[in-house]
Design a protein around this ligand. Structure first.
Ligand code: URA
Ligand code: SF4
Length: 207
């Protein structure tokens, strides 16, 4: 899990911490090796006054090509869940724990590869800065990678999903990743669990 001489994203952070400055700076991040083969940095997106911060794992194939988070199959599950839970996209800032796509090649196909702990840690300064600037009311933590970044190595989504947690000044709810919904043997059951966690996040906000 060596960082190959890279020391993480911290040295790429801009002097002036604003969301537009962060996004600009992140486009040139070389804090780990993932920037080499990926197309582009996929930074978070959403209004600066968003009450909800949604944190996924890392961009997938389509996100890497388009440069925006959650625009592929997992994004469609997320959008559906948010709508059914009554969470307006205008209230939501969506980002990922790791901001470059990680993959292995199988012929011409790019197969998603889970980010390593070293990559999660290298990328953490971007996520920390987004969290500090947005000051969301509620953080929705999607899956194990986001949980590792935000809630620590000992946290288990399967044990603590559907609980209202504290994360600094914010509240947080951890749930399964929408890609796990797509892979589940019983997709409908998995989706209903995901939706009920999103509803809990919605209910736990002030209005
Ligand atoms: N999965 C994620 O975790 N994030 C994305 O942006 C897309 C798929
Ligand atoms: Fe930088 Fe994160 Fe991309 Fe690594 S994954 S190069 S730390 S933005």
């Amino acid at each position: 899990m060596a960082l190959d001489g890279n020391t993480g994203a911290a040295r790429f952070l801009p002097e002036r911490l604003t969301l537009p400055e962060l996004r600009r700076a992140a486009a040139h991040c070389e804090g780990c090796d993932l920037h080499r083969d990926a197309t582009q940095t996929v930074f978070g997106e959403g209004p600066p006054d968003a009450r909800f911060l949604i944190v996924g794992e890392q961009p997938g194939d389509q996100e890497d090509r388009k440069g925006a988070p959650f625009v592929g199959p997992a994004g469609r599950i997320l959008d559906k869940g948010l709508e059914e839970a009554g969470i307006d996209r205008e209230e939501v800032y969506v980002t990922n724990a790791v901001k470059h796509f990680s993959f292995t090649l199988k012929g011409k196909r790019r197969i998603h590869q889970k980010p390593t702990v070293a990559e999660i840690e290298a990328c953490q300064p971007w996520l920390n800065a987004e969290l500090a600037l947005l000051k969301p009311e509620m953080v929705v933590v999607l899956g194990a990678t986001a949980a590792r970044a935000l809630l620590g190595a000992a946290f288990r989504v399967t044990q603590h999903r559907g609980e209202v947690l504290e994360l600094g000044e914010a509240l947080a709810v951890a749930t399964i990743h929408p890609s796990a919904v797509l892979r589940a043997p019983d997709r409908d059951e998995a989706y209903q669990g995901f939706l009920s966690d999103l509803r809990l996040a919605r209910r736990s906000c002030s209005s």
